[in-house]
Design a protein. Structure first.
Length: 186
C-alpha cells in the first residue's frame, strides 16, 4: 500500500542550551529564536465524539521560521467529549503563549471556539473542503523536502511519526490531518 509520508524524511530539532524559546537543528549551525525569527500558531483537529475508538482530538503548536521551515513545538492527542476539548488543549496553548488557533471551518461553532475565545485565544477557520489525503499532500511534500522538523525530545514523537508513516492505511489519521491543517495555515 502507498503511504504519503516516508519515515526517512522526518527531521528532528533539539532544545537549545540558550533557553526554551530557542531551537537548534542537530549537525547544523542554525538556531531559531521563537519570538524573533518565527511565527507561532496552533492547529486543532477535533474529534466529533468519543464513540469511535479511532477518533482523537489533536492540538499541535507550530513555529514557522523566516526560512519557511516548520517546527512542531508541542502536541496534545486525547480522546475526550466535545465539551471537554478546551480543558484538554488549554495547557499546551498556554505553554506557548496562547497563539492563534486554526481549525476547520466546520468546527468553528464548537464549545472549544467559544471557550478559547473567552480565554483570549484568537480562533481562525481554515477551509477544509478537500479530503484528508489531498489536504496532507502539501505537508508530505514539505516533509520530503526536509523543511518540517519534529521535537526529538518529545515523549509522543515516535507515535506521531508512526501515525504519519502509516497514513492513509493506519488505524488513525488525526495527526496527519492536523499536520495538513498546519501547512494549510502557513
Amino acid at each position: 500500500p502507498i503511504c504519503l509520508f516516508s519515515r526517512k524524511a522526518f527531521r528532528f530539532w533539539q532544545p537549545s542550551p540558550l533557553g526554551r524559546d530557542v531551537i537548534t537543528m542537530p549537525g547544523d549551525w542554525r538556531t531559531w529564536d521563537l519570538h524573533r525569527d518565527c511565527w507561532v500558531f496552533a492547529v486543532a483537529d477535533l474529534a466529533a465524539s468519543t464513540r469511535t475508538a479511532a477518533d482523537w482530538t489533536v492540538c499541535q503548536v507550530w513555529a514557522v521560521a523566516l526560512s519557511g521551515d516548520l517546527f512542531l513545538l508541542d502536541q496534545v492527542r486525547v480522546q475526550v467529549a466535545p465539551a471537554s476539548h478546551w480543558d484538554a488543549i488549554r495547557g499546551v496553548l498556554e505553554r506557548w503563549g496562547s497563539p492563534a488557533l486554526y481549525l476547520e471551518g466546520s468546527q468553528h461553532g464548537t464549545h472549544l471556539v467559544a471557550d478559547a475565545t473567552r480565554a483570549g485565544v484568537v480562533c481562525r477557520p481554515l477551509d477544509a473542503d478537500a479530503d484528508k489525503w489531498t489536504r496532507a499532500l502539501p505537508a508530505a511534500t514539505r516533509v520530503g523536502a526536509g523543511r518540517v522538523w519534529l521535537p526529538a525530545h518529545a515523549a509522543w514523537v515516535d507515535e506521531l511519526v508512526e501515525e504519519l508513516a502509516e497514513f492513509p492505511n493506519g488505524a488513525h489519521d488525526d495527526c496527519p490531518d492536523a499536520v495538513g491543517l498546519a501547512l494549510q495555515g502557513v
